[in-house]
Design a protein around this ligand. Structure first.
Ligand code: NAI
Length: 354
């Protein structure tokens, strides 16, 4: 890693700072980016990836940490923005991987709670359990011995509540009964979400890259399968992206035949301008980083010591309150909900912790 490269990446970044460390046994560069702790301790996932240059891993950590500040603030949740990147020189397995994760856990201990980590791209909940063997600064584990947890059902619950809020703003009633919803991607989040929607009486359409999976879910829930090619042009009340990001862009938006886009996928907007394009097309868009925060919220609550799962679920359902305020503000201003969410982030950070 070159010093000028690092300095270039850091120049202009407005975060608290970055802890950088090299791990000689695996040749990994470890970056822990602490962006903002106005609302609480910095918290965000740990990404493990082979980058062309370690500096690219640092740049990723900075960008993602800033994103976490916005995510927590938009949900008005008492955490700050942070993210870590393990820029590995090659894929690691077995003892090598465990060793790195343990040394990373010791670094977290040295930070004394200023940053808490969780699973992200390239790391698994099992990896988090490994880190938890040496450090308590890990979210998404039941404790040191009981094993990892799955965030997806909580994410699905948050998206379900978010869809209801969007329905109320668009149609005056939050009742999904009789509404046509198209769930794209019936995986860990999409399937339990489809189940909730179907249970609430929605007319369910499903699509998945894995056709057999789509058919199995459709059979079980009495849904109809839509081909991938037809997803964007199928008439529905709510398009629910729960697969990959980047599906909303200047070519896809004019083809959409839905009233609402509200789903779990990360980074649904291919570019920031897509938010105003959706607004211009009269489609109500639930900002992804607000509506898909249920898993993170649940894990963070448990990490803070909340052990009553009903209470955790109540908090996750609170995503509907954040979205409600965002939609209401967007309506008053005549702006896209994304613009309203950004204003809310700035205001919440200025206000400070509750
Ligand atoms: P998953 O991998 O369990 O499920 C994804 C499903 O989408 C799979 O069934 C897969 O076959 C299908 N799929 C993949 N590419 C597709 C395509 N191009 N078109 C249609 N279907 C496709 O993933 P998971 O955990 O359900 O996450 C879904 C999305 O939600 C991802 O974008 C993820 O980043 C995001 N997300 C997930 C959270 C969670 O708690 N699991 C939390 C926040 C965001």
């Amino acid at each position: 890693m070159s010093l000028p490269g690092v300095l270039d990446v850091l120049e202009g970044w407005d975060g608290i700072g970055v802890v950088m460390r090299h791990d000689p046994p695996t040749g990994t560069w470890i970056f822990v980016a602490l962006h903002d702790d106005t609302l609480g301790p910095t918290t965000g996932g740990c990404r493990m990836k082979v980058y062309d240059r370690p500096e690219d891993g640092l740049a990723d950590a900075l960008r993602l940490a800033e994103g976490m500040t916005q995510k927590w603030a938009a949900m008005d949740f008492p955490f700050g923005g942070g993210k870590s990147v393990l820029a590995v020189s090659r894929p690691l397995e077995g003892d090598e991987r465990r060793g790195l994760l343990h040394r990373f856990g010791e670094l977290l201990n040295a930070l004394g709670g200023r940053y808490g980590t969780g699973a992200d791209l390239g790391t698994t909940t099992e990896d988090m359990q490994t880190i938890a063997e040496v450090s308590e600064h890990v979210i998404g584990v039941h404790g040191r011995s009981e094993g990892p947890m799955d965030p997806s059902p909580f994410t699905a619950l948050g998206v379900f509540e978010g869809i209801r809020t969007a329905l109320r703003h668009r149609f005056g009633s939050d009742d999904p009964a009789g509404r046509t919803v198209l769930v794209e991607g019936v995986g860990s989040v999409g399937e339990p979400l489809a189940e909730r929607l179907s249970g609430a009486g929605a007319r369910l359409l499903v699509a998945d890259l894995d056709r057999a999976r789509a058919e199995a879910v459709a059979d079980r829930l009495g849904a109809e399968v839509v081909t991938l090619a037809a997803v964007l042009t199928t008439a529905c009340d709510v398009y629910v992206p729960c697969a990959v990001g980047g599906t909303l862009h200047e070519e896809s938006i004019p083809r959409l035949r839905c009233a609402i886009v509200a789903g779990a996928a990360n980074n649904q907007l291919a570019a920031p301008e897509a938010a105003s394009a959706l607004h211009g097309a009269g489609i109500l868009y639930a900002p992804d980083y607000v509506i898909n925060g249920g898993g993170a919220m649940a894990f963070a609550s448990i990490y803070l010591g909340m052990d009553d799962l009903d209470e955790v679920e109540r908090r996750v359902r609170g995503i509907s309150v954040s979205l409600d305020e965002i939609f209401a503000e967007a309506a008053v201003r005549g702006s896209s909900p994304v613009a309203a969410a950004q204003t809310r982030v700035a205001r919440t950070l200025q206000r400070g912790p509750r």
